[in-house]
Design a protein around this ligand. Structure first.
Ligand code: NAI
Ligand code: MG
Length: 329
């Protein structure tokens, strides 16, 4: 029995959440769902975009499924990531059939450091000349994310980890990142995992020209943010991309897309990003067999191309596609 915090949020967040829970209901696993409020509607109702009860609910769950918030997204999701110290952001770049993926053989995991680097609120300020931001790299946080990437590789039959940085220019901060990369790499050498590294600018090109160079990419916060959006572009759009935010005690799984006010309420949102986020949750919970089952069901529905939503060229509703995936389990 797993206790899952379910936070659908706003707009299509609610619609794709219903679709994902429907698929999970088709599995032979006992989930206890506890629903929490967050987002713009919640702000209107309760005066808070992320009420303390919701934060507590997520904290005390085995895992959280999160849909999307609207304008209050930063106050909800960024606050959740920070309060729960969700240090690892995992963004798979994987191509599926029947989508607008630019290549049909992409399977890369981007492991992004989620707590420091260029994105620390309070480390940006105006000066007499303009403005300044401090980029913070600590040994503790970088070693933690690098080790996470190697463990991910080891547990998922990957044979290579690539560190991405700009150590030729940022000799101290990225220099330290690179040094730690190869220190940790020593421990995994005998476990069949090779290590290499590229500069961030070259990597942006290689992802397009030689994407088979990569299996697992580990990088700092800003580079990871940019590379993962490039990855989203490579595999054909927001309706397809899941993500995981993982900490020592908590984990939250969410689609990369937002609340999509332009299509909300019509029941036409593509539920795959949310269902694949639930699949990542199953992996995290150690339910690999169920995770594979869900992914194969998605593959089957995409290959058939019949019960798919408008963005994939079909005319199924969100729940019709969810039902087809559930039936294919
Ligand atoms: P968005 O991801 O909501 O939508 C961008 C475009 O992609 C829209 O045309 C939308 O219809 C389409 N789209 C997104 N998901 C789709 C799906 N599952 N199926 C079919 N089409 C899909 O991003 P946008 O428009 O920049 O932001 C809308 C709102 O969402 C804003 O208020 C923003 O703050 C919030 N947002 C929240 C996020 C979160 O909660 N994690 C992340 C990104 C945005
Ligand atoms: Mg981003």
């Amino acid at each position: 029995m797993y206790k899952i915090a379910v936070v659908p949020g706003d707009g299509i967040g609610k619609e794709v959440m219903e679709a994902a829970i429907n698929v999970l209901d088709g599995l032979d696993i006992d989930f206890e769902y506890e629903y929490g409020l967050a987002g713009d509607e919640c702000l209107e109702k309760t005066g808070k975009a992320l009420p303390d009860e919701t934060l507590e609910l997520v904290k005390n769950s085995d895992a959280c499924l999160f849909g999307a918030a609207e304008e209050s997204a930063a106050d909800v999701i960024v606050k959740l990531r920070q309060s729960l110290k969700l240090f690892a952001n995992l963004r798979p770049v994987k191509s599926y059939p029947g989508t607008k993926a630019l290549f049909d053989d992409l399977d890369i995991m981007i492991v992004r450091e989620n707590t420091e680097g260029m994105y620390i609120t309070g480390e940006e300020e105006y000066t007499d000349e303009g403005a300044i931001a401090r980029r913070i790299i600590t040994r503790k946080a970088e070693e933690r994310i690098i080790r996470y990437a190697f463990e991910y590789a080891k547990n998922n039959n990957k044979t290579q980890v690539t560190g991405v940085h700009k150590a030729n220019v940022l000799k101290k901060t990225d220099g330290l990142f690179k040094k730690i990369l190869y220190e940790v790499a020593e421990e995994y050498k005998n476990q069949g995992i090779e290590t290499n590294d590229f500069y961030i600018d070259a990597t942006s090109m290689y992802l397009i020209t030689q994407s088979n160079k990569f299996q697992v990419i580990v990088t700092t916060n800003l580079y990871g943010d940019i590379l993962s959006d490039e990855g989203a572009g490579l595999v054909g759009g927001l309706g397809l991309i899941p993500s995981a935010n993982i900490g020592e005690n908590n984990a939250l799984f969410e689609p990369v897309h937002g609340s999509a006010p332009d299509i909300a309420g019509q029941g036409i949102a593509n539920p795959i990003a949310m269902i694949l986020s639930a699949k990542m949750m199953l992996d995290y919970l150690g339910e690999q067999e169920a995770a594979t089952k869900v992914e194969n069901a998605i593959l089957k529905v995409l290959k058939e191309g019949k019960d798919v939503t408008g963005d994939l060229g079909g005319n199924a509703s969100t729940m019709e596609m969810s039902e087809a995936i559930k039936n294919a389990l």
